[in-house]
Design a binder for this molecule. Structure first.
Ligand code: FNR
Length: 182
C-alpha cells in the first residue's frame, strides 16, 4: 500500500507541549497508509532575505521535508491571539526565494489546543490567512478548537472517550481532503 506522508508542523517548541501531545495522539486515529514526519523548526535561524541564495542546512532540511510530504498538518498553540513567532518564521523560510515556495499547492489541515476556552481559534484564523496567500488548500470544515482539559486524553495518553467521536470526524475529513488534493 502506498503511504501518504504527512509533514506535521507543531507551532510550539516546548518540551512538554500540549500541541505536540495532541499531534501524536491524533496520529493514532489515521488509516494505516498514512505516515508522519515531525518537521523540526526549533533550530531555524530568524528569517533573513539576505540568505535566500545560500540557505543554511537547517533551512534546506525544512524545505526538503515539506517537498517530500503529500500533505501538511499544522498543530499550533495561540500566542497573544496569533500564531507563535517560531511557526511564522518556519513558514517564511519555506516560502522563499520568491516563486520557489515549497508550500505551493500542498493540502493542509489546521488544528490546535490551548489552555484558554477559545482553543486557538484566533491563531488558526491568522494561520488560514497566511496559508491562503501561500496557495495551500486548507480544510475548512470541521473546525477544531481544542481546550486542554480533563478528559481530552485517556490514561494511556490517547484521545479520551469524550473527544473521540469529534476528533475522529475531524481526522476523517482531513484524510478525505488530503486524498482529494494530494
Ligand atoms: C499563551 N497562551 C495563550 N492561550 C490562548 O488561548 N490564547 C492566547 O492568546 C495565548 N497567548 C499566549 C502567549 C504566550 C507568549 C504564551 C507563552 C502562552 C497560553 C497557551 O495556550 C499555553 O501556554 C499552551 O500550553 C501553549 O501551547 P503548548 O506549548 O503547550 O503546545
Amino acid at each position: 500500500m502506498a503511504t501518504c506522508k504527512i509533514a506535521v508542523i507543531v507551532g510550539s517548541i516546548r518540551k512538554d507541549s500540549f500541541n505536540s501531545k495532541l499531534a501524536k495522539a491524533l496520529e493514532k486515529l489515521f488509516p494505516a497508509d498514512f505516515s508522519f514526519l515531525h518537521v523540526r523548526i526549533d533550530d531555524l535561524p530568524p528569517y533573513n532575505q539576505d540568505d535566500d541564495a545560500s540557505p543554511c542546512a537547517e533551512v534546506v532540511r525544512l524545505k526538503s521535508d515539506i517537498v517530500a510530504a503529500q500533505g501538511l498538518l499544522f498543530v499550533t498553540p495561540e500566542y497573544n491571539r496569533s500564531i507563535p513567532g517560531v511557526l511564522k518564521n518556519a513558514i517564511d523560510h519555506a516560502s522563499r526565494p520568491y516563486g520557489k515556495s515549497v508550500w505551493n499547492g500542498k493540502p493542509a489541515g489546521v488544528i490546535g489546543v490551548s489552555v484558554g476556552p477559545i482553543g486557538t481559534a484566533l491563531a488558526q484564523q491568522h494561520l488560514r490567512n497566511i496559508l491562503a496567500y501561500l496557495n495551500v488548500p486548507t480544510l475548512g470544515q470541521p473546525e477544531a478548537f481544542i481546550q486542554n482539559k480533563e478528559g481530552l486524553y485517556d490514561a494511556a495518553g490517547q484521545i479520551g472517550e469524550a473527544s473521540q467521536k469529534f476528533l475522529q470526524g475531524w481526522v476523517d475529513a482531513y484524510v478525505a481532503w488530503i486524498r482529494k488534493h494530494a
